[in-house]
Design a protein around this ligand. Sequence first.
Ligand SMILES: Cc1ncc(COP(=O)(O)O)c(C=O)c1O
Length: 401
Amino acid sequence: MITNKELTVEKYIEEKRKQTKDPICAYIYDLKQLRDHATAIKESLPSFCRLYYAVKANSDQPLLNTLDPIVDGFEVASEGEINKVAAETEKPMIFGGPGKKDREIEAAIHSNVEYLNVESFHELNRINYIAKQKNITVPILIRVNLSVNISDSHLRMAGVPSQFGVDEREVPAFIEAALAAEFVSIEGFHFHAMSNNLDAEAHVRFAKVCIEKSKSWREQFGLSATIVDLGGGIGINYWNPGDSFEWGTLASGIAGLEKEAEDLTLIIEIGRYMTAECGSYITEVLDIKENHDQHFAVVRGGSHHLRLPAAWKMSHPFRIYPVEEWHYPFERPEVLQAAVTVAGELCTPNDVLVRKEYVEQLRAGDMIVFEYAGAYAWTISHHEFLSHPYPEIVYLKDTTQ
Ligand SMILES: Cc1ncc(COP(=O)(O)O)c(C=O)c1O
């Protein structure tokens, strides 16, 4: 753990350069940024809205520790995530995911999971069966795949056919089945529907629809179910970071729904928007070359560390950190005032982090710093492919705590 709070990415690079000639490759997490960002999110939300962190975005223990005093709970999607959260905190969890194993359902029952999302009739039967054997009642949220498509965000889990949740048209039959199941209690509805939504107003409209639907099912079946879980899906504008998601619009829009929500509690489970910005991925340029009239930079690292740009076929936001030192006795390869594709060290043409972006100058030995690499970055990458060494993971500790 690096304790100097003044330490920046640049200082890390300078220090590291003095220590080793090996190409630099690291993730740096700024825990102070994370704490301040999470606190601002929490403070902006009205009291009828609870803030959860979706652990799948980044389950690193120092990040969970940083968020623990700020958030109301954690959203988890596997027994592994349940265990990681339980090891750090007693805060409540919500357990979701379309492929729950019996063993995971049992682990959830025995841990601090306050609600289980139920995603299908078969899953309802299995949860009820397991709960019956233990003679306990399991609080559930019915995960709904809405028929309406509220946003045109990047990835959608609802409003389209998908493996997630119960088709909205089947929700009445599902409620009847859940009411007949003796060992579950319906505590509310879960609506996670999209990923990387950049339109805050669309997100407010989505929240309003979720509240309206929950109220109508409550009324129709006389349910006390008070939880409306919106899931996550708040976006990061990787294409134009300056034009970011208008969090204030979402927070004030949600506050404006308080009256309409009556006695409902709204839960928001934020993953990407919570941790993306605190992480930077740094790689050293190994080579610069021209191939069939295009410029390529090859870096130490790649999609086995940062898979997101390859998965989304996009250029990840980056900046160049120039390094003046050059220790070989021969010419330094460079590209000047041209578009360059930044590729990784893997033996696949899919290992691309940046696609044909203009640079003033990029040389072998310079560093590239990829911003917004704190969520769905290291966690979703195929680390073992080609057996290259892992990046160093560095935490800029929040010494003000
Ligand atoms: C149920 C659920 N909640 C919350 C999230 C977090 O979404 P995001 O990282 O887009 O905020 C996810 C992500 O897949 C999810 O599946």
